[in-house]
Design a protein around this ligand. Structure first.
Ligand SMILES: Nc1ncnc2c1ncn2[C@@H]1O[C@H](COP(=O)(O)OP(=O)(O)OP(=O)(O)O)[C@@H](O)[C@H]1O
Ligand SMILES: C[C@@](O)(CCO)CC(=O)[O-]
Ligand SMILES: [Mg+2]
Length: 361
C-alpha cells in the first residue's frame, strides 16, 4: 500500500487537493464503540479542484454520483443564521441544521440528484466554515474519485477531507499549502489537525455516528492505530500485499453502524465481549506487524491469517456480513487464502491477505 496524505497544489488561483481512501485491517465497527482499529491509506485517491468565480454563484460538480448543482450566493445567505460565527469548538451537526440544509438542497438549480447526503455535507461544511469570516466565497468545486463510493474504502471520508481542506484554505482558516516554486505540498501538522476535525464533521453528516478512523487515515495517510480519537501512526509496518475484491453490493455505512448499535443495546452481554475480542485482534495484529518489520518469516503470516478469519467471523456475528462476502471468503479459502470484509461490510469490499511470492492462482 502506498502511504497517502492530503496534498494540495496551486495552479494559477485554482487549488487542487487530493486525499487517499483507506483499508481497515481490523477493528471496523468495534472502533465506533471505543475499541482499537488498524487502518492503512490506499493508493486510490479522491481529487477536488476549486476555482474562484466572479459572478456571485457557487457550482458543485460531483460526477461520481451524478450531482451538478449551482446556487446564487444570495440564496445561501439566509441559511447563515443557523451557523453561528463564534463557533469556538466543533460540535456535531444539529438536527435543525441538517433539516434546513436538506430542505434547501431541494431548491437548487441543476439536473443532478439534489438530495444526496454528499450535497448536504458540502453545504454544511461550506456554511460552517464561511460563517467564521461571514463572507460566502463564490467558487466552483469539482470532486472526482478513483474510489468506488459505498464500497468500504473510505470514499465518504476522502470526500470530506478534500472539502474541508479546500474550504478552510479558501476562508484562510488554514494556509494555501504551496510555497513559491513548489508543485506539491502538504499542510503543517497543526493545519492537518484542523482539517481532520472538520472532515469528521463531514463524516458526521454522511455517516451519522462515525468513529473518525476513516477521516484520520484520509488526512494523515500511512498506517495507523485509531482509538477514541487517539491517532497512533504505525512506524514499523512491513509491506503487505492485499487483494481488494469489490462485491459491488451497495450498502450504507450509516445504516450498518446503526444496526450494530441496536444489536449492542439489545444484547449487551453478548455483543460487548465480541467487540472486546475485535479490539484484542487489532492489538495482536499490530504486534505481529511490528515483529515482521525485522523478521518476515512465514510463521507470522499464519498468525495474520488466523486473525483475519476470527475477525471475519466476529463481523458476521455482529450482523455486517453478506452472502457475497461469504463467497469471496470461500473462493479464496479454496486457494489457501484468508479474507475478511473491510469498512462497514454488508457488501462492498473484502480484503485477502497474500503471502510473498507468486499468488496461488
Ligand atoms: N467522490 C464522491 N463524490 C461525491 N460524494 C461522494 C464521493 N465519495 C463518497 N461520497 C459520498 O459518500 C457516500 C458513501 O459513503 P459511505 O460511508 O456509505 O461509503 P464509503 O465511505 O465508501 O465506505 P466506508 O465508510 O465503509 O469506508 C456516497 O453516497 C456519497 O454521498
Ligand atoms: C464501520 C466503521 O467502523 C468503519 C467504516 O469504514 C464506521 C466508523 O468507524 O466510522
Ligand atoms: Mg464512509
Amino acid at each position: 500500500m502506498e502511504a497517502g496524505d492530503i496534498q494540495g497544489e496551486m495552479l494559477n488561483k485554482t487549488l487542487v487537493v487530493s486525499a487517499p481512501g483507506k483499508v481497515i485491517l481490523h477493528g471496523e465497527h468495534a472502533v465506533v464503540h471505543g475499541k482499537a482499529a488498524l487502518a492503512v491509506a490506499l493508493n486510490l485517491r479522491t481529487f477536488l479542484r476549486m476555482s474562484p468565480r466572479d459572478d456571485g454563484k457557487i457550482f458543485l460538480q460531483l460526477p461520481n454520483i451524478g450531482v451538478k448543482l449551482w446556487w446564487d450566493l444570495v440564496q445561501l445567505q439566509p441559511l447563515l443564521d443557523a451557523f453561528p460565527a463564534d463557533r469556538t469548538e466543533l460540535k456535531p451537526p444539529t438536527p435543525e441544521q441538517l433539516a434546513r440544509l436538506k430542505e434547501f438542497a431541494g431548491t437548487a438549480d441543476g439536473p443532478g440528484e439534489i438530495h444526496d447526503v454528499a450535497t448536504v455535507a458540502f453545504l454544511y461544511l461550506y456554511l460552517s466554515i464561511a460563517a467564521k469570516s461571514g463572507v460566502l466565497p463564490s467558487v466552483e468545486l469539482l470532486v472526482w474519485s478513483e474510489l468506488p463510493t459505498g464500497a468500504g474504502l473510505g470514499s465518504s471520508a476522502a470526500y470530506s477531507v478534500c472539502l474541508a481542506a479546500a474550504l478552510l484554505s479558501e476562508c484562510s482558516v488554514v494556509g494555501y499549502p504551496l510555497g513559491e516554486g513548489q508543485s506539491l505540498a502538504r499542510w503543517t501538522e497543526e493545519e492537518l489537525d484542523v482539517i481532520n476535525k472538520w472532515a469528521f464533521q463531514g463524516e458526521q453528516v454522511i455517516h451519522g455516528n462515525p468513529s473518525g478512523v476513516d477521516n484520520a487515515v484520509g488526512t494523515w495517510g500511512g498506517a495507523l492505530r485509531y482509538q477514541s480519537g487517539k491517532i497512533t501512526p504505525l512506524k514499523r509496518v512491513p509491506t503487505l500485499r492485499i487483494l481488494l475484491t469489490n462485491t459491488k453490493v451497495p450498502r450504507s455505512t450509516k445504516a450498518l453502524v446503526a444496526g450494530v448499535r441496536e444489536k449492542l443495546l439489545k444484547f449487551p452481554a453478548i455483543m460487548e465481549p465480541v467487540l472486546i475480542s475485535i479490539d484484542a485482534i487489532s492489538r495482536e495484529c499490530e504486534g505481529v506487524l511490528e515483529a515482521m518489520a525485522d523478521d518476515s518469516s512465514q510463521g507470522h503470516y499464519s498468525v495474520l491469517e488466523e486473525l483475519v478469519d476470527i475477525n471475519q467471523h466476529h463481523l458476521d456475528v455482529i450482523g455486517v456480513g453478506h452472502p457475497a462476502l461469504d463467497r469471496v471468503c470461500q473462493a479464496t479459502a479454496a486457494l489457501g487464502l484468508h479474507s475478511k470484509l473491510t469498512g462497514a461490510g454488508g457488501g462492498g469490499c473484502a480484503i485477502t491477505l497474500l503471502r510473498p511470492g507468486p499468488p496461488p492462482i
